[in-house]
Design a protein around this ligand. Structure first.
Ligand code: UN1
Length: 496
């Protein structure tokens, strides 16, 4: 009998008021039931927010270096439990163990970075226009943060949001994707073990109803969301109306450009990892390969051959290179795009079907798929698929490659393979993305650098690195006048 899980509110594990639950199954083997998780409603969110408001009063007064100490404990426990966490995450969302273990490591890196930030959280001290007056800025906590996270990085993305939010002195209500509730359950258990005080962190499982209430709740001044551009727009409307601080991390249509002077062995490895790692379900996945015509046929033949050989299966088996998609709807979406590709005249070079065989019969598998001759501007070339589908586009020059890269509405990551230093640096300037890699794939962001995209990928904020601490804190400016007289900024002057 599978376990029934609960929400975590005000320091206690509690059943949802709705009495409703969702079954959570292994996408590589749908006969494997992981557990039943709450399908919470508005009343559960309301209780979580009340508790978080209370937690905020206490936590925001705890000195930042001590808040950091708790996050250091979190990092230590995650390190000790890394293998067990990776195994549970692969069982829940399907990507191979090496990748879930990287996902946990990203969480550990984020914990340690946040822990040390507790001893920085820099403000500025600047000269005043007036004598005997100091002018300074400090960072202050904001309040309850509502965090809504996706399935594809079940550990890294919740930690990207939660750890900086907590370090800055905020309290948190986490509403993880209903596809990966177990990973968040394990993460919250670790925070409890590490000493997070009650009321500071709440976990509410559920779907749209819970998410909507969290976004609309007047007691939640900060929302951070990673997911689709459509949902992000709806959240943006509500947050705009309610004057909430909002960070959005949304779609991508990332390209790897390969110039005629590129190292093709390297470009081949890069595109396989970028396009088919995590079964293409990364915001940063390589979904377009833009290749110079002089090396196009040669590279395409090699990518086709290698992609066709990738071993599909349960990510917990060592032979497996590509896991399943997250659910049936995701697989059907991929199938629709394969039809669209064929209709719009692209050439299917490999894949384009569900695999057959016992390793994949009980899961949401789909063969790594490549379309060549994809026309710039066609649907395959511009829309996010979020699956193992690579569109290959032939170009005749660097300028054309840049144009094709830039003519999509998204702008998360891009990559260029070239041995010409001038081309490489030109690309860093010309490619309209939040992240550009040279001679490396479109995936592989590190936790201590800002992460995010331009155009419709985001709304100007960044996760990760130093920038995220600005998102989760408010600037407070402090002036201290110790002259004992009325001094007037902009008006008083001095004879020297
Ligand atoms: C995401 O795809 O949502 O750069 C996050 C990467 C990872 C993070 C991706 N470190 O691919």
């Amino acid at each position: 009998m599978a376990k029934t899980f609960k929400n975590y509110i005000a320091g206690k594990w509690v059943a949802p008021t709705t009495g409703r639950y969702l079954e959570n199954r292994n996408p590589a083997d749908t006969t494997d039931l992981i557990g039943r998780f709450p399908l919470s409603g508005a009343a559960d969110i309301d209780a979580a927010v009340r508790s978080a408001q209370d937690g905020f009063e206490r936590w925001s007064r705890m000195p930042a270096p001590l808040r950091g100490d708790i996050l250091r404990n979190v990092g230590d426990i995650m390190s000790a439990r890394k293998d067990e966490l990776s195994d549970a995450m692969t069982r829940e969302m399907g990507k191979v163990l090496a990748e879930t273990s990287g996902d946990v490591q990203e969480g550990i890196d984020t914990a340690y970075y946040a822990a040390t930030e507790g001893r920085r959280l820099f403000g500025h001290t600047v000269p005043s226009e007036l004598r005997q007056k100091w002018a300074m800025s400090v960072r202050r906590p904001i309040g309850v943060c509502g965090l809504i996270t996706p399935f594809n990085f079940p550990m890294a993305i919740p930690t990207w949001k939660m750890f900086p939010a907590l370090l800055c002195g905020n309290s948190v209500v986490l509403k993880p994707s209903e596809d990966v509730p177990h990973s968040s359950h394990l993460l919250v258990e670790i925070l409890i073990e590490a000493g997070i005080p009650e009321g500071v962190l709440q976990l509410v499982h559920g779907g749209e109803e819970a998410g909507k209430r969290l976004v609309e709740h007047p007691g939640v001044p900060v929302i951070s969301f990673t997911g689709s551009t459509d949902t992000g727009s709806k959240i943006g409307e509500v947050c705009g109306r309610m004057h909430k601080r909002l960070s959005l991390e949304m779609g991508g249509k990332n390209a790897q450009i390969v110039m005629d002077d590129a190292d093709l062995d390297l470009a081949l490895e890069g595109v396989l990892w970028g396009a088919f790692g995590t079964t293409g379900q990364r915001c940063t996945a390589t979904s377009r390969l833009i290749v110079h015509r002089k090396v196009h046929d040669k590279l395409l033949a090699r990518v086709e051959e290698a992609a066709a050989k990738l071993v599909l299966g349960d990510g917990r088996q060592t032979k497996t290179q590509v896991g399943p998609l997250i659910h049936e709807a995701a697989r059907e979406k991929v199938e629709r795009y394969v039809e669209i590709g064929a209709e719009q005249g692209a050439e299917l070079v490999t894949g384009g079907a569900r695999p057959r065989g016992s390793r994949t019969s009980d899961g949401y598998f789909y063969k790594p798929t490549i379309f060549a001759g994809v026309k710039p501007g066609s649907r395959l070339a511009v829309e996010e698929i979020f699956g193992p589908v690579l569109s290959v586009i032939k170009v005749g020059s660097y300028e054309q490659a840049v144009k094709v890269n830039n003519e999509v509405k998204y702008g998360l990551s891009s990559s260029i393979y070239t041995s010409n230093v001038n081309t490489a640096f030109s690309a860093l300037e010309d490619l309209q993305n939040g992240i550009t890699y040279v001679n490396a794939p479109t995936i592989g962001a590190e936790a201590h650098l800002p992460f995010g995209g331009v155009k419709q990928t985001g709304n100007g904020h960044r996760e990760g690195g130093w920038e995220v601490f600005e998102f989760y804190s408010e600037t407070k400016v402090c002036y201290v006048d110790f002259s004992g007289t009325l001094q007037r900024a902009q008006l008083d002057t001095y004879d020297v």
